[in-house]
Design a protein around this ligand. Structure first.
Ligand code: NAP
Length: 269
């Protein structure tokens, strides 16, 4: 069956299968908003990083695909008609793999990217390109640092020997922590009052954060601004050069456009 038929036309009775690459609140919401559609079958894919992930509506599969080749095979085997990439702004590998696999198969890819936070009046940001630059900055300062970057890249900070770290993560990190660190296991969202209290209780001098955008983790940035605490802000990596949607509604509109009008691939790359 051709792609046009998968998306529309002759096989109206068989729903088009749409793969959502997830692991974010937005991916969860997209799955929820598409759940009642009888013309679609939604499959959400999670990397499997956390042991009890919030279960999206529809079919859920967990674990890596095995690079571009593995993802390509999966898309063929599962008869996927379109892919929605709604992964986290810092999950660059899976997004590049999805772009390459979809391009190779001529499959439409609808990419969602949350706009990054923008520095505002009162913010004291040191913007850096990557985790290593953030660690080098921290190593050049002394003080008490709130390290809120998840648990995957903590290794970059192990050389910061003169720094005390407050580390917050959803689950226990696999990597060794920096030598002088207190680990808090907690899952957001956290409100502003909570974040202000945390920064005050631990007399934090610097916050280190990914510029992840969105509202779910923004309170720590707001709290730092209110207390005049500098933030070492890590810029998001470039994912791919295709067109991206910045709002969930745009994703759904693009998908509807695709289903109604078939493959206008330039619209989705
Ligand atoms: P990544 O560096 O872009 O991807 C590394 C590998 O993990 C990929 O090559 C792929 O393995 C697998 N993978 C990633 N996302 C997947 C998905 N949705 N379904 C199946 N396999 C996936 O990604 P990451 O930064 O480790 O993030 C992993 C997941 O956590 C993402 O889905 C992301 O949305 C979510 N997340 C990430 C962050 C963050 O800060 N990075 C924060 C919140 C949530 P194969 O090559 O074997 O296919």
């Amino acid at each position: 069956m051709g792609l046009s038929e998968k998306l529309q036309g002759a096989h109206r009775d068989a729903p088009a299968r749409v793969l959502i690459l997830g692991g974010t609140g937005e991916a969860f919401e997209i799955a929820l908003r598409l759940a009642t559609r009888t013309d679609l079958q939604i499959i959400s894919s999670l990397a499997g990083r956390v042991s009890h992930p919030k279960q999206p509506e529809g079919i859920v599969r967990i674990g890596g695909f095995g690079g571009v080749d593995g993802l390509t095979s999966y898309l063929i085997q599962e008869d996927i008609a379109a892919v929605i990439d709604a992964t986290h702004p810092f999950a660059a590998v899976i997004s590049r793999n999805a772009a390459e696999a979809c391009q190779g198969l001529g499959l439409p890819l609808i990419a969602f990217a949350r706009p990054p936070w923008v520095k505002t009046k009162g913010d004291r940001w040191y913007e850096v390109a990557d985790m290593e630059s953030a660690a080098a900055f921290v190593a050049s300062q002394k003080g008490r640092v709130f390290l809120t970057i998840g648990r995957q890249a903590l290794g970059a900070f192990k050389l910061c020997k003169d720094t005390w770290f407050l580390i917050r993560a959803v689950e226990k990190p696999e990597e060794a922590l920096p030598p002088d660190a207190l680990l808090i296991l907690d899952r957001g969202p956290f409100d502003l009052e909570h974040e202000l209290q945390l920064l005050r209780d631990h007399t934090i001098d610097y916050v280190v954060s990914k510029n992840s955008g969105g509202s779910a983790t923004y309170s720590k940035i707001e709290a730092a601004r209110k207390l005049g605490i500098p933030v070492v802000m890590i810029r998001p990596p470039s994912k791919h050069h295709g067109k991206t949607c910045e709002r969930i509604d745009e994703v759904l509109t693009s998908l509807n456009h695709l289903l109604l009008h078939g493959i206008a691939q330039d619209d989705f790359r």
